[in-house]
Design a protein around this ligand. Sequence first.
Ligand code: ZN
Length: 347
Amino acid sequence: MKAVTLLEKGKIAIKDDYNPERKLGEQDVEIRLMACGVCGSDVHYYTHGRIGPYVVEKPMVLGHEASGQIVRVGSGVTHLKVGDRVCMEPGIPRFDSAETLAGCYNLDPELTFFATPPIDGCLCETIIHPAAFTFKLPDEVSYYEGAMVEPVAIGMQSATKAGIRPGDIALVYGAGTIGIVTALCALAGGCSDVIIVDMVDSKLEVAASYKNIHAVNARTGDLKAVVDDLTGGAGCDVVFECSGAGAVVTGICEHVKANGTVVLTGIPLELPPFDIAAAQAKEVTFKTVFRYANMFPRTIRLIRSGALDIKRLISKVFEFNDAVAAFERAASGTAGDVKIMIDCSKI
Ligand code: ZN
């Protein structure tokens, strides 16, 4: 079958002889791919050939943000049927690991994740996937939105960890895809206002197009004045770090209120210095996020209800046969792009 394959660093091709090993098990479904988002991690493997300890050493199929239609179900699957429109959670844990049994299956050290070397991604014609990690899409949720559930689930995990109370005011550092969806999830979770900070105006413009998101350029704006204005000088109830910038982590307690919460979602590339005394002076609670667990059904419900309006985050759609151009566009960092989507309906 056809598969969008990273051959080596800097080289992507659509191969047509892909033959995945996984056979349909009793508890599996086979899904015909309909849409797949391009993620920053896919682009990083393309441009750098590695992310931390994960190195591309042999050709790897890309893609992990996907939706599709079920074409085959295993004999033991009861909650899904042929023809169902679904999206897939890309991380598969061991079902009997200590972490899975404790409810945090995302932390299973042997979890396999689409498009993380040496595991292939899902940007191919059909994939076989555990039914337990395949989620039905309501009629109101499109395949493109279904493919967005994966990145939005990270915002959902972040907002959930934050323990938001109705009327909270949040601050989000970073207006990339994860920063914006975290801001939206914070609003859906009860925040009255979210301030979002970045240094790129085109990203901030997308964020500011949403009601109750206040965009601030860290270079040209006055973040302290905006925080003071919205919080009466008390500081933000919750601060989300979604930029991955070490310097942001160093000063992360500056705008959080006393007894407030900081959620570390972005993964800093370097080890940043950190001011422990500043955190102690406010008795800040820290939470950390590694992907998500049990967030897909909630995310789908909020997209259907309209509380999470993510359609406008899809900046450009490419056909499957133009997938190489889609990754090039994502790698080019075109101003204003949030999510590049690949339409797989005509493979
Ligand atoms: Zn992703």
